[in-house]
Design a protein around this ligand. Structure first.
Ligand SMILES: [Zn+2]
Length: 198
């Protein structure tokens, strides 16, 4: 199990993962298997790289990639490995696991995944094994809508924030989710107008 992978996860998710690893370790001891985290928090470019697998340049353009990115990331002959660009891995709210087969000395996916699912669900976590397109190694923390709205950031919000900061349209981001006053909106619009000479 990789400590670095755990420490880069969302602080809200870390205690769950530690407890889950303990439970899985106990449950799979008789099978000679040790749980192992293969993937945790991903950067946006790591997610783009994964999303590019099994998709054409055109498909990536439709998913919002720039032309350069679409050309760089498209690996249309590869197998599709992810279904979304809005992955919980981006927020550090998901892990993927495999098992270390102690006898064979290598990683395996040949395990009793039903047992994994039962443990995951008993902890209130979401297991990818129940999805329409099952993703059995995937485990994520679904936060309540309000919490999730306050703590995590959608891709489009992230992009908008980077853009606005980069162009100096908005400078003070100490609490980006606090509603703007009408004066702040007016000031922001004026900055935008002056910046781009509308
Ligand atoms: Zn995953």
């Amino acid at each position: 199990m990789s400590d670095r992978r755990i420490s880069s996860l969302s602080p809200a998710f870390q205690p769950y993962v530690l407890e889950l690893m303990t439970k899985l370790t106990e449950a799979f001891e008789p099978d000679g298997l040790v749980p192992y985290i293969t993937d945790g928090k991903r950067t946006l470019s790591e997610q783009k790289e994964l999303y590019g697998k099994g998709r054409t340049v055109l498909q990536l353009r439709k998913a919002g990639f720039t032309n350069d990115e679409a050309i760089r990331y498209s690996k249309s002959k590869a197998r599709v490995v992810t279904w979304t660009m809005d992955s919980y891995h981006l927020q550090g709210l998901a892990i993927d696991i495999a098992f270390l087969d102690k006898k064979a000395g290598k990683l395996t996916y040949n395990a009793n995944w039903r047992k994994v699912g039962d443990i995951v669900k008993s902890m209130g976590l979401t297991w990818g094994g129940t999805w329409k397109t099952p993703d059995r190694p995937h485990i994520q923390l679904d936060q309540k809508p309000m919490e999730s709205h306050m703590d995590t950031e959608a891709l489009w919000e992230h992009d908008a924030k980077e853009w606005a900061q980069g162009h100096g349209v908005i400078e003070n981001w100490d609490n980006p989710r606090k509603p703007m006053t009408r004066y702040e909106i007016a000031a922001t619009l004026m900055k935008f107008k002056n910046k781009f000479i509308l």
